[in-house]
Design a protein. Structure first.
Length: 162
């Protein structure tokens, strides 16, 4: 199984989280690819039948609850070039600051909403990190991802036996 981490970030925090996951979870998944969302569109979810991939959206929130600038093209393409993504299994790490309660973690939550609208299958719940909590998103994100990957791997094996 391959884990593709798609990173939307303005200040590199989401990229640091993705890199921490890549290092910390290598014992669970042998092939972990971290890819910044720069220049990506909906075709990033086109996988070949022999490629068993799960996706992890790792996105910060910017401005008034927007996706980061480098994620805008991918996010917009999910609406502008819609296609059924029923084969896509994914998770979401949403980074935000609870002092902005009205838009807390909206960058990741917006991706989740669009992906579900196209039929993609989310594994587990969206994980939200609060920057105002004083905890390191890299440490907490990697710990969450270990649990999430166990869930993703068990759901993949039960789907294969069904």
């Amino acid at each position: 199984m391959k884990l593709k981490i798609l990173v939307g970030t303005m200040t590199s925090t989401a990229d640091y989280v993705a890199q921490a996951i890549q290092m910390d979870c290598a014992d669970l998944v042998s092939d972990i690819e971290v890819q910044l969302m720069d220049g990506l569109d909906i075709s990033v979810f086109d996988s070949t039948p022999d490629e068993d991939a799960i996706y992890l959206i790792c996105s910060s929130t910017y401005g008034q609850g927007d996706v980061p600038d480098n994620a805008r093209q991918l996010y917009d393409s999910l609406d502008a070039q819609p296609k059924f993504l029923g084969h896509v299994r994914y998770g979401v790490i949403a980074l935000g600051d609870r002092t902005y309660l009205q838009t807390f973690c909206f960058g990741g939550k917006k991706f989740d909403e669009r992906l579900q609208g196209l039929g993609a299958q989310r594994i587990g719940e969206v994980w939200c990190h609060d920057a105002s909590a004083g905890t390191l998103p890299e440490t907490e994100g990697a710990a969450w991802c270990r649990e999430w990957l166990a869930l993703a791997l068990s759901s993949a094996s039960s789907a294969e036996t069904a």
